[in-house]
Design a protein around this ligand. Structure first.
Ligand code: 4NP
Length: 158
């Protein structure tokens, strides 16, 4: 059985598509594509059907990540049942997931930085209304915390 990981932010056009791409590359680099499935979603449907934000794509591609996912909203019942890890980018995303998902799936909800060594408990800040340093910070945080996430997931595989 594959371990299934869902990254969640507000719009699913900046942070969670980047989390998806960073983690997918890490999984692939470790030869674990057949063991781990990765997806992303947003807590709102405002950007449904749109590709990732152009600024986020530009920053990601400079680090070797292609953001290919198309925005979709969280499907509370289906995603709650299907995924093993549901990973919120910030505290509000986590609050929203706790409100949206059936109680029996709440133990699957984490914060991205729960898996960080250096930023535990912190949100991955929303870069949407800021400048380029915000997009770089998102990628810095994701690259660091996704390594911790992979360690946690791999323990379950063995
Ligand atoms: P994301 O960023 O949640 O990381 O995808 C945002 C995208 C869109 C908006 C806010 C944050 N928005 O207000 O439309």
């Amino acid at each position: 059985m594959k371990i299934k990981v869902l990254f969640v932010c507000l719009g699913n056009i900046c942070r969670s598509p980047s989390g998806e791409a960073v983690f997918r590359k890490l999984v692939s680099d470790h030869g674990l594509d057949h063991e781990i499935e990765v997806d992303s979603a947003g807590t709102i449907d405002y950007h449904e059907g749109n590709p990732a934000d152009a600024r986020m794509q530009e920053h990601a591609v400079l680090r070797g990540y292609n953001l290919t996912s198309i925005s979709r909203p969280v499907k509370p019942k289906r995603d709650g049942e299907y995924f093993d890890y549901i990973i919120a980018m910030d505290k509000q995303n986590k609050k929203d997931l706790l409100r949206l998902l059936p109680k029996e799936h709440h133990q699957k909800i984490f914060m991205m930085n729960d898996f960080s060594r250096t930023n535990k408990g912190e949100s991955v800040p929303d870069p949407y209304y800021g400048g380029s340093e915000g997009f770089e910070l998102v990628l810095d945080m994701l690259e660091e915390s996704c390594r911790g996430l992979l360690d946690a997931v791999r323990k379950q595989l063995s």
